[in-house]
Design a binder for this molecule. Structure first.
Ligand code: HT7
Ligand code: ZN
Length: 875
């Protein structure tokens, strides 16, 4: 397969100013007519007279230029494109193409496909070429007019981008609806939907007083699960006005929820298509976290209307321009809607466990990649989450007001254009009169930098010197790294835990942001009354690994006193991490296990501090995840990590059983349907206590979990109790799982949870259960949510069983990847990631994982998607 390089970018040779699309919709034979106004691009210096239009899996019916049908020798149709040998050069011209497509055969879910009984499209990144031949690249922006014709009974609702301009009846029970989008857009933002859909409607009045119709389309049985999504949309619209001064631009905003979707949602102009998972919620079917994710994803897609749609990407290497920026915006939004402290910790936790692993492995790439075989493989944690961290650092360096001025200039300067990450940074520079030259390296350099710290305290003069050193390990094709511009937020604590005031650069401060730009740099802080405790990288001000040796005492002190909520949590994580690593050493040396009393005391204090934000308190109680701990080991030992972490959890439960039970009782009440921060926090804290208590494996703790499971009237309490049951030796485990299945068998999203709970259980026999679940009538390889719930959850969130030393987990995953490759290459390639980190394990596992990757690469008819990930993993 061919590699595409950023360095080879050239402007398009032709432009398409307008396209009129006419669809005769049918499940197996949809007829597409595309009438395009084409002209030579005055900014292209190419001199070929040929016109190449991308298209795949299409059946051509006719092609004409300016009304004249083309002869067979005037064009050629290949697997990937249609080439007109000589297109008119001296004038704009019209091409009319007619073709057929088969939505029912489309299991890859890109282009036009059938989801349940609904027809819908997914065009990002390059799905439009599966609809008709076109200049399918984001820097070709066209105005779209779309007419949909379909059977009225099967497809009473016919939607596309923009505003509805007409509709009517036809013979044979058919009807038509036409749509026009006044904003020029790249074809990846095109969408159509047809189906028997119910509409939940509302309105929003913008800051300038315009009334916008909001419509969510779902299957009839889901109408009662749209309230939260519509409220989230209104919250997002208001927030973007207040925070960025950005107003919605059409009169109508539509969201359609579909069962079959490769990702979370898609920001098509005026017509978002969503995975049902990120729309539907009712207190008894969705957890508090589901409610938060829905609000976040609804916000994310809405924010794309400016950061992505009005200002779009010049080419796909610039993907983070829209995705990194929009993730940053959705993170800000979610923080403002819930708790900024909790949201920040959750985001950093995900980044460090998952993106850091990507950045340290064979698939590492810069936020702005330089080469790809299949662009769908670059919708990665690096482009999205690290990209958001890069934007966050710009926000930190410029301050909130400076960042806003930069964004204003960016949107004003580039409205209606397809631009680059460079254009974004330049707008921020120009608006603030600053120079961000070195900062740009964050876009081009892969890998997670490591920052080390050396402290030198001069007691006689009350001065502290910190020497910071940065380095970055080699990544594929980047053996040597340049120093980055790293903002490091710092505060100092007095011996009594209060914030210290100190002198830095001649001024008194309680907090500063240091600009670390050199490989090694020293910073001096004066006017100190005594030796302070340093709180560094506050708020996780840069996506780096901070190596700062600390004693358990110092960590316990910071856990009690740091005024920075992120660093307080981080101190607790490091305390637990150090304790777990001591135990891993003992396991490997065959010594008895013992938990340091200081750790128990620290958690006792966390339990006692019941004031304030209970969601935050629950996070303080959560031990670092196994995957995060594994990421810190030179050679991952999955069994030792699991055993040591379980030991800590059980020991804390034994020593603090009374406190856990007391807090559980204090906050155990039925507040189903209530989603304010207080109720959510009470549920989180109570369920964290239950999870500890169940480690006791006593009849009392089993009873507590089962009572909560059976009495719960909200999904958070029900699934938390079931998780505690499934991860313990509870005698009624199977009965609870069966009764949950019977209760929820009509609710696909709840059944996904049922699959995931079983796939992620740490109990023995899990692999056999997973194999049985593959044969369950509710399992379906053509439904991405199901595949993620079972195969994805097992291979990515059950390290203990997936990495079984006999290789059965690896073989299982490779078999699934090979099956999926023929059905849905995007989903197949995402599943390969379970094997990509093979170099991190012992020799036996390395060889077993490699063998499976080699088997995948040797498969006939391998998709570009899977080939790229599997072959790069082996390289
Ligand atoms: N911009 C959207 C990306 C997306 C996508 C990409 C490839 C294949 C399928 C897809 N579905 C959605 C989602 C987003 O980031 O908002
Ligand atoms: Zn996005």
């Amino acid at each position: 397969p061919q590699t595409v390089y950023l360095k080879d970018y050239t402007p398009p040779e032709y432009l398409i100013d307008q396209i009129e699309l006419h669809f005769e919709l049918d499940e197996q034979r949809t007829r597409v007519q595309a009438r395009m106004n084409v002209r030579r691009n005055p900014h292209s210096s190419a001199d070929s007279v040929a016109l190449k239009l991308w298209g795949e899996e299409l059946q051509l019916l006719s092609i004409a230029i300016d009304g004249r049908p083309l002869q067979e020798n005037e064009f050629v149709v290949g697997d990937e494109a249609l080439i007109v040998h000589e297109a008119p050069q001296d004038r704009p011209f019209e091409i009319l193409i007619e073709n057929l497509i088969d939505p029912q055969a489309n299991t890859a879910l890109e282009g036009l496909y059938l989801s349940s009984s609904m027809l819908c499209t997914q065009c990002e990144a390059q799905g439009f070429r599966k609809i008709t031949w076109f200049l399918d690249r984001p820097d070709v922006m066209s105005r779209f007019k779309t007419t949909l014709v379909a059977d009225k009974a099967k497809y009473p609702v016919l939607l596309s981008n923009g505003n509805k301009t007409g509709s009517g009846e036809l013979e044979n029970n058919r009807h038509w609806v036409s749509w026009e989008d006044p904003f020029a857009k790249p074809c990846y933002l095109f969408a159509l939907v047809a189906g028997q859909l119910a509409c939940v409607a509302d309105q929003f009045v913008t800051m300038s007083g315009r009334r916008i119709d909001l419509q969510i389309f779902v299957e009839q049985h889901n109408v009662d699960k749209c309230g939260h999504a519509i409220q989230s949309l209104k919250n997002a619209m208001r927030w973007d006005e207040q925070t960025y001064g950005l107003e919605y631009d059409l009169d109508l905003y539509m969201i359609v929820a579909v069962d079959h979707f490769n990702m979370g949602a898609m920001e098509n102009k005026g017509l978002n298509v969503f995975n049902t998972k990120f729309v539907l919620a009712r207190p008894d079917t969705a957890t508090d976290s589901d409610y938060e994710h829905i609000e976040g994803v609804i916000g994310h897609e809405y924010f794309h209307n400016w950061s992505g749609n009005r200002v779009t990407c010049r080419d796909w290497f610039q993907l983070s321009l829209k995705e990194g920026f929009t993730v940053f915006r959705d993170q800000q939004f979610s923080g403002d809607m819930t708790s900024p402290a909790v949201k920040r910790i959750e985001d950093v936790n995900a980044l460090r466990t998952r993106q850091f692993a990507e950045d340290a492995g064979p698939l590492a790439h810069p936020v702005r990649p330089e080469a790809y075989i299949e662009i769908n493989n670059f919708y990665t944690l690096t482009v999205y989450e690290k990209g958001a961290e890069v934007v966050r650092m710009l926000h930190t360096l410029l301050g909130a007001a400076g960042f806003r001025m930069g964004c204003d200039l960016y949107f004003q300067r580039h409205d209606g254009q397809a631009v680059t990450c460079e254009d974004f940074v330049k707008a921020l520079e120009d608006a603030n009169g600053v120079e961000l030259g070195q900062f740009r390296r964050w876009y081009s350099q892969a890998g997670t930098p490591v920052v080390t710290v050396e402290q030198d305290y001069d007691a006689a003069n009350g001065r502290l010197q910190l020497t910071l050193r940065q380095s970055c390990p080699p990544t594929p094709n980047q053996p040597v790294k340049q120093p980055l511009h790293i903002p490091v937020k710092l505060g100092l604590l007095n011996a009594d835990g209060s914030p210290a005031t100190f002198e830095f650069a001649g001024q008194p401060h309680t907090e500063v942001t240091l600009d670390l730009t050199a490989a090694e740099q020293s910073f001096n802080f004066g006017n100190l009354a005594g030796k302070p405790v340093v709180s560094l990288l506050r708020g996780f001000s840069a996506p780096v690994t901070l190596q700062m040796p600390r004693s358990l005492d110092e960590l316990a002190f910071l856990l009690s006193h740091d005024s920075d909520t992120f660093n307080r949590w981080e101190a607790g994580q490091q305390l637990a991490t150090q304790a777990i690593f001591q135990l891993i050493d003992s396991i490997e040396l065959g010594r008895p296990l013992q938990l340091e009393p200081i750790v128990v005391d620290a958690y006792r204090r966390v339990l006692a501090d019941a004031g304030g934000d209970l969601s935050y308190q629950a996070l303080l109680l959560a031990l670092p995840e196994e995957s995060y701990l594994s990421g810190q080991m030179p050679v991952i030992d999955v069994e030792a990590v699991h055993q040591a972490r379980e030991f800590v959890k059980k020991t804390l439960a034994e020593n603090l059983a009374e406190q856990f039970l007391e807090l559980y009782r204090q906050y155990h009440r039925d507040e189903s349907g209530c989603f304010d921060a207080g109720a959510v926090g009470r549920r989180r804290l109570k369920n964290a206590c239950l999870s500890y208590l169940c480690k006791l494996e006593t009849p009392d703790s089993h009873r507590l979990a089962e009572q909560q499971f059976r009495a719960a009237r909200n999904m958070t309490d029900q699934i938390s109790a079931l998780a505690a049951i499934v991860n313990s030796r509870h005698p009624d485990q199977d009965d609870c799982l069966d009764s949950f299945y019977r209760q929820w068998q009509q609710e696909a999203l709840v059944i996904d949870k049922w699959f995931t709970l079983q796939a992620t259980s740490s109990m023995p026999n899990t692999f056999a259960k997973v194999q049985n679940l593959m044969r369950h009538p509710a399992f379906d390889m053509k439904t991405p949510n199901r595949v993620r719930a079972l195969v994805g959850a097992f291979s990515q969130s059950n390290p203990l069983h997936f990495h079984a030393a006999n290789g059965e987990g690896y073989r299982f995953l490779a078999d699934r990847v090979i099956e999926l490759n023929a059905l849905n290459p995007q989903i197949a390639s995402r599943m390969v990631s379970g094997l990509a980190q093979w170099r991190r394990y012992d020799a036996n596992r390395q060889s077993l994982m490699k063998q499976e990757l080699q088997r995948i690469v040797a498969t006939d008819h391998l998709s570009k998607d899977v080939y790229e990930i599997a072959s790069k993993s082996l390289a």
